[in-house]
Ligand binder design. Structure first.
Ligand SMILES: *Cc1c(COP(=O)(O)O)cnc(C)c1O
Length: 375
């Protein structure tokens, strides 16, 4: 059987042709391709979209554009990729580690409410594994406490929530287009919002804060008499990246249906397996970035990982909670009940568009064997 990968950048001939087209033009920076990609993403979300260099930068610039910075606190679940925490920290703000809800693995709003202070400015719900949890509850919460919402939708490109695409509704929604996410532009990220002041700020701050530089570059010009009013970064997307992303977006139906079909197949196979549980996602709506199972507490996870890897099946851990990392430990030393309960027992099984049902048969039968041999 061919090598099974935990995740994979699934790139075809069309992406290669698109990159060659850019290389042949002799212009690799931010120009016509990025402009076209932004227009196509705006059509996809039915909302204005700005592209940046990666998803972490998208979160950082979104926070800064919302005037969230030094001394401000942002509520975020501890059980997320460290990118969520680092983006908040990069904006100068403090990530306040919150617990998760056991059924949705989204932020626990009761715990978040306990952590509100006079410095709390925003909440960052993380759409863990592609599911959005109680997003309506998050927006009710944000209204009640007067907070901005910056959605970390890195896992949820294409996911539908109550009949709308994630990104189509809400305050500020950030996506990652990195190599293994639901679609990729190599590296990349984007910010989707209806808030014009956020859009204007982000367009300048991705290009070192040079005012109106985005429009100049899209029309093939530069500003030779620029003004800069605030700190900016070199966080723009390049035409090479956008060329890859445009093809991936055009073929999104393929990526989406593969991920959903494979996740449904996992669910069907895993339903019969004792000693594990699976999260309650409807894979007609959710486009899963990762497929995570929860092992019963008596299973030795590290031993199971070793068993699987001896069978050449890579499995993963998403994630070590951020409140356990040295850099973020001081932020919140309290224990997080649900996070502490489940985080040691989560296991990510291989998922990407090129996995086959035969692969999944083998992965699941190996998992069953591994659990039997675990004692
Ligand atoms: C991937 C990811 C990001 C950051 O995206 P990059 O494009 O890798 O910078 C942020 N949050 C979560 C939960 C992610 O998985």
């Amino acid at each position: 059987m061919s090598e099974i990968r935990l995740s994979k950048s699934c790139i075809g001939a069309e992406e290669k042709t698109a990159v060659m087209r850019v290389l042949d033009k002799g212009f690799l920076g931010m120009g016509q391709e990025v402009m076209a990609f932004e227009e196509e993403l705006s059509d996809f979300f039915n909302r204005p979209t700005v592209c940046v260099v990666n998803g972490t930068a998208a979160l950082q610039l979104a926070l800064e554009a919302a005037d969230i910075g030094v001394g401000d606190e942002v509520l975020v679940q501890s059980l997320t990729y460290v990118a969520s925490f680092q983006a908040i920290s990069a904006a100068g703000a403090i990530p306040v580690a919150c617990d998760v809800n056991l059924s949705t693995v989204g932020i626990d709003l009761d715990d978040a409410a306990n952590k509100i202070t006079s410095k709390t400015k925003a909440i960052m719900p993380v759409h863990y594994a592609g599911g959005v949890g109680d997003l309506e509850g998050v927006y009710d919460f944000s209204k009640k406490y007067g907070l901005r919402v910056i959605e970390d939708a890195a896992h949820a490109f294409g996911t539908m929530y109550k009949g709308s695409k994630v990104g189509n509704l809400g305050d500020i929604v950030c996506f990652s287009l990195d190599g293994i996410k639901n679609i990729t532009s190599g590296e990349g990220g984007c910010i989707v919002t209806n808030d014009q002041s956020i859009l204007d700020r982000v367009k300048d701050s991705r290009l070192l804060g040079v005012k109106k530089d985005s429009e100049k570059r899209f029309s093939g010009k530069r500003s030779w008499d620029p003004d800069v009013e605030r700190q900016g970064w070199r966080y723009h997307m390049s035409d090479i990246m956008a060329a890859i992303g445009r093809v991936q977006l055009a073929n999104f139906d393929y990526h989406k249906s593969q991920r959903q079909t494979l996740a449904k197949y996992y669910v069907k196979k895993l339903k019969e397996v004792d000693s594990i549980s699976i999260f309650d996602h409807d894979y007609n709506d959710v486009v899963p970035h990762i497929f995570v199972i929860q092992l019963d507490p008596e299973i030795d996870r590290m031993k199971l990982i070793k068993f699987m890897s001896d069978k050449d099946i890579p499995v993963g851990i998403h994630y070590k909670p951020n409140h356990e990392l040295s850099y973020f430990r001081n932020v919140n030393i309290e224990s997080l009940k649900n996070t502490d309960l489940i985080s040691g027992h989560l296991l990510t099984l291989p998922l990407h568009p090129e996995i086959t049902e035969k692969n999944i048969d083998w992965i699941v039968s190996s998992l069953i064997m591994g659990i039997k041999n675990n004692a």
